[in-house]
Write a protein that binds this ligand. Structure first.
Ligand code: GLC
Length: 801
């Protein structure tokens, strides 16, 4: 047992005895004899902020991550002083602060310990940089599990790992490599059925240790800034994540086309090549909405310019692509070429918008265009200027989305692959060094880009994608997982990373399908597209170094598999859009790892491969070559195999057949799954009918939702959406489907085509809103068990012959 005195000898300092206490509405301050202040802020009954100062002195309170729109308010707050402790009680938790050492214990109202300080807050002074290395350690009871932390390419359950947050351009990263592109200092702990979360809102380099150094301890620390963390109580894991997402912000809805399929490569040029690719998609009838221009569309890699030799008339080309249903997305990197004949460079120089080194020179670094300077995106004036630069691209040329890359920021051929520590940043009026601004740089670039694209795309919605991100980036942008590799191991990583991002508040994420570096076999590509269509963002991308990665380059069999799965994604668009709506409205993760789906089932705690797409579709990718299927865990409840419609009981491992043209996929019983007809791109067809697949369930009600709107624009914010809530009740000889509709949007179709799956009886009579309707009037098709009914019903009652 190491004592505090021994630790002090190692340079660690600890809070002393509490000497004073005060409360100002939602803020409770404790001061210790050695100048430590702990400020506890009650944001909600289950969301509490802990902030520590040393030398009696807090920094100015500022955060890029916290959203202004988050819910605030609590119904109860009681603070009581006792002999050795203070008790703080909200409507959901009790916090005990020890008067001797400032340690905190957080309990639920039944007295179960949820999270308890081990050494609690301690720190080391940093002579080199000033300030402190701030540290927190908490007890880790046996069996506790840990999830979250963004894009870490390692086991979903982080128990036993130590990880670092420092945004890094990590080409061809490997399994367990750390850190990579993103920095999301948020994790969820789960112990004895109860979940809580911790968000350490500190943009310096941070570390998290989950029982790696000491078996019974988790800790987190930062190379500067304050010990400033938010605690979220569940006990339900999904609530922990929705509360974190509420605090750090939710996205607006993307245009529906952004949920379609995207095709990318480094790079498609000249114009003729782009057209060849897009035409081939249409010819082979593989649906596709997004087509990307990587860096070669620019003139010498100068952002906001065009290579006129390759793209003589971008406006015409973009319009022609749009005619054919393609939305053009272009890349924009942060590095601005040092070139006196380049207007972007000149404007930034005239206005002093580039980052500088500590002693005054500009931050100079090499990226694709050669020697560059870099805008300081942490300066609001720079963001304003940057957003204005998109006028021509968006407003005049008609580009629909912008892809922000290299924004860790990446610098070539230098140690650390990024800016040196001494680079200065404005940090929105809180001047600092790169040590503090590094992890937020990419998010601020994406924010500036988002604001520009939004302004010029209006009244349509913007689409932004970024590589680097910090907590809160989900308010502005989607993301992808960077430069992965065309290997089977990376398919495993891809599955984990997207699930993890969903648990970290950033659901709108995907991977480079097929792998960016190297070249996949047709089989690997097929298995990857089968997974990719279930990721919120779905794009094939490759470096192009080792051959092409369009579906047809792998031969006819793979084209067929790709078409089948991309078509499935397009059919499921209303389901996917509803998932997005629930994410945007309530912060509900779009994909749910099994532990998030059923935390009470300990079988799920170490599962990595299976996940729930939305709320009702279970998916498990095949991740090995030559497979004819795989073993997988089916979570508790009863399910239907989507392909065979076979009924299967959960809570057990099963072998599931899945030839190359199939992925294990199950529908939860009682679900009503909405589908659109296959379209080659979003908006190609007017939706004449909504298909509903009804999966029979005996017993308890099951609720399904369908969200629809104009698929773009902001009318949905004014109530012009249609949210249908269906509840299904199944008995032995009858079923009842009730519908409730919210919102004022009128959908384009008049009828639903309903297909009954696994109905245990033959349909004899149908009542719509209590009136019997002849079977012929609802086009009853006995062979397929389908009917067609008007969309406006409140209750559908179906009974056996
Ligand atoms: C980076 C990006 C990659 C892009 C390439 C060229 O490696 O991660 O997606 O294609 O740069 O712009």
């Amino acid at each position: 047992m190491i004592t505090n005195t021994e630790l002090e000898h190692r340079g660690n300092l600890f809070p002393g005895k509490v000497i004073s206490f005060s409360q100002n509405v939602d803020k409770i301050n404790f001061t210790t004899e050695n100048g430590v202040i702990l400020q506890i802020t009650i944001l909600r009954g289950s969301v509490v902020r802990f902030r520590f100062a040393t030398d009696d002195n807090f920094e100015k309170d500022f955060s890029y991550a916290i959203s202004e729109d988050g819910a605030r308010g609590y119904s109860k707050l009681e603070v009581t002083e006792k002999v050795n402790q203070y008790d703080i009680i909200t409507s959901r938790i009790k916090i005990v602060i020890n008067k001797n050492d400032l340690k905190a214990t957080i309990l639920d109202l039944e007295g179960n310990v949820i999270c308890k300080d081990d050494w609690g807050f301690h720190w080391e002074q940093s002579y080199e940089f000033g300030g402190n290395i701030v540290k927190m350690s908490k007890s880790a009871p046996q069996g506790e599990c840990y999830y979250g932390l963004g894009d870490k390419p390692m086991h979903l359950n982080l128990k036993g790992k130590r990880v670092e947050n420092w945004a890094t351009d990590q080409y061809a990263f490997s399994k367990d490599q750390d850190p990579i592109y993103k920095s999301v200092p948020f994790y969820v702990g789960l112990h004895e059925e109860r979940a809580y979360g911790i968000f350490f809102d500190n943009t310096f380099k941070t570390f998290f240790d989950f029982c790696h150094e000491r078996r019974n301890v988790t800790s987190f620390w930062a190379h500067g800034g304050e010990m400033n963390y938010y605690f979220f109580y569940g006990p339900n894991m999904q609530e922990v994540i929705t509360r974190y997402t509420d605090l750090t912000g939710k996205p607006e809805l993307p245009p529906l086309w952004a949920l379609g399929y995207h095709q990318c490569k480094w790079s498609y040029y000249p114009e003729k090549k782009v057209k060849e690719v897009t035409s081939k998609f249409r010819k082979l009838k593989i649906p596709c909405d997004g087509i990307y221009l990587d860096i070669d569309y620019m003139d010498g890699f100068r952002c906001f310019t065009w290579n006129k030799e390759y793209f003589p008339d971008p406006k015409r080309m973009v319009a022609e692509l749009a005619e054919d249903g393609f939305k053009t997305v272009v890349i924009i990197d942060p590095g601005i070429k040092i070139d006196k004949d380049y207007w972007v460079y000149n404007e930034a120089m005239e206005n002093d918008y580039f980052c500088k080194r500590a002693d005054g020179p500009y931050m100079r670094g090499k990226v694709w265009p050669g020697e560059c300077f870099f805008p300081d995106f942490t300066n609001p004036k720079v963001r304003e200027w940057w957003s204005g630069l998109f006028k021509e691209l968006i407003d005049e040329i008609g580009v629909k989305g912008v892809w922000n890359d290299m924004n860790e920021p990446a610098v070539m051929e230098v140690p650390g692959k990024t800016f040196p520590d001494d680079v200065r940043h404005d940090y929105d009026g809180h001047p600092c060094s790169h040590r503090k601004a590094h992890n937020i740089y990419g998010t601020q670039m994406a924010k500036a880009t988002y604001e520009g694209v939004k302004k010029f795309a209006y009244p349509k919605r913007p689409f932004i994608i970024t590589r680097s991100a910090y907590s809160g980036a989900q308010r502005f942008t989607s993301s992808w997982t960077g430069d992965n590799v065309a290997t089977w191991e990376h398919l495993w990583i891809a599955n984990i990373q997207v699930q993890r991002m969903c648990m970290s508040g950033m659901s709108f994420t995907g991977t480079d399908i097929g792998g960016f570096a190297e070249h996949p076999t047709g089989e690997l590509y097929a298995r990857w597209i089968q997974l990719g269509v279930f990721h919120p963002f779905c794009r094939t991308h490759s470096s192009g170094d080792h051959g092409n990665q369009e579906p047809w380059t792998f031969g006819e069999e793979i084209v067929d598999v790709t078409r089948k799965f991309v078509e499935l994604r397009y059919q499921l668009l209303p389901y996917l859009y509803t998932m997005f709506y629930e994410y945007a409205e309530e912060g509900i993760p779009m994909l749910k790892p099994l532990v998030l789906y059923d935390q009470l089932d300990t079988q799920t705690h170490y599962r990595t491969d299976e996940f729930i797409f939305g709320n009702q579709i279970l998916v498990c990718p095949v991740q090995e070559p030559n497979a004819k299927g795989r073993r997988m865990y089916i979570p508790r409840g009863n399910w239907y195999n989507y392909w065979t419609r076979e009924y299967i009981k959960g809570g057990l491992e099963h072998w599931v057949d899945a030839d190359l043209d199939c992925i294990p996929m199950f529908i939860k019983e009682g679900s009503i799954i909405p589908k659109y007809p296959v379209q080659q791109y979003v908006g190609e067809k007017k939706i004449e009918q909504l298909n509903l697949e009804v999966y029979y369930k005996l017993g308890n009600k099951e609720v399904s939702k369908v969200f629809e709107d104009a698929q773009d624009g902001y009318d949905y914010m004014k109530g012009r959406f249609s949210l249908r809530t269906f509840s299904f009740t199944g008995k032995e000889n009858e079923i009842i489907i009730q519908q409730h509709k919210n919102g004022t949007f009128i959908t384009t179709y008049e009828t639903f085509k309903i297909e009954f799956i696994a109905l245990p009886f033959t349909i004899g009579e149908i009542e719509i809103d209590n009136e019997v309707v002849p079977l012929t009037k609802v086009n009853f098709d006995a062979k397929n068990n389908t009917i067609v009914v008007p969309k406006g019903f409140s209750e559908l009652h179906i009974t056996a012959v």
